[in-house]
Design a protein around this ligand. Sequence first.
Ligand SMILES: O=C(O)CCC(=O)C(=O)O
Ligand SMILES: [Fe+2]
Length: 336
Amino acid sequence: MTRLVPVLDLSGFDRGPSERRAFLADLRSAARDVGFFYLSGHGIPIDRMDEVLTTARKFFALPDTDKLVIAMVNSSQFRGYTRAGGELTKGRADWREQLDIGVERKAPERQPAGPAWTRLEGPNQWPATLPELKPALLGWQDKAAAVALHLLRAFALALDQAEDVFEPIHTGGANHRMKIVRYPGRDAVGDDQGVGAHKDSGFLTLLLQDGIGGLQVDYDDKWIDVDPIPGTLVVNIGELLELASNGYLRATVHRVVAPPAGVERISVPFFLGARLDAAIPLLDLPAELAAQARGPASDPDNPLFRDVGANLLKTRLRSHPDVARRHYADLLEINS
Ligand SMILES: O=C(O)CCC(=O)C(=O)O
Ligand SMILES: [Fe+2]
């Protein structure tokens, strides 16, 4: 049986010209069709994957007070802990708790006249009572970034571009983001929105999920389960890659249905980002690909900006209104 969401083996990309060609053809069709695929052959041992999930579980098991000390609302960089119900998708609460981190940097000197997105760079918040979390998550972030950048080179070739076409927009200051997420069983609320239907806003998302399931993709107006396959990562395309390819590649809508009563699900999404000062290029696609480009499917309520920093700030402000009110009140016309 062929799966609707296929499994692609990244090691094929580095195994010689004919395997590379086959990998790129599979990548192109997976990315254009359903927009989601499983990635095997990525080189991250399954033990490392399990370790990250285990460490994430330990974090969520900490007492609420330990987690709330590092609440995201403390951070103008949108880093830190969000309790279940504290994040919104299309205005509705998501039933998941999570810790957001990003690239660990010092906050730059604040330039009042500088662009607002400069406030997004800076440090993460870490729990004092679980010191192993920081090395585990920063280590995972490095590994996931390396896999995602490798894949981005493959995407460039699949689009008939120079392999390094995306390098200028991420080299030297990329802003990857990641989080650890816990979806409690639905008995807690009686609502089944783990996370509501959305597209991801970066280039590529690499998702590590445990064995529970609940992730679904929108395909032909039906919700298709992306059931866990051990040892793989789930990859999907974000809006920046859709934008760069003028909609030839597609950022697929997806959601998570909360697990059944008494069951929790842990996931670790990693979002490959770009430099905040970069603008997303419009790639010059060869005629046969350009003819099939649909134009980016921008949501009229939520238009995409080519400027990476402005785009990221807009999506963060929408998802976390409490952070917006505390740290970005000067920018807000939104009063909710
Ligand atoms: O937890 C998951 O499986 C997916 C989460 C997700 O789509 C997101 O955080 O953007
Ligand atoms: Fe997502």
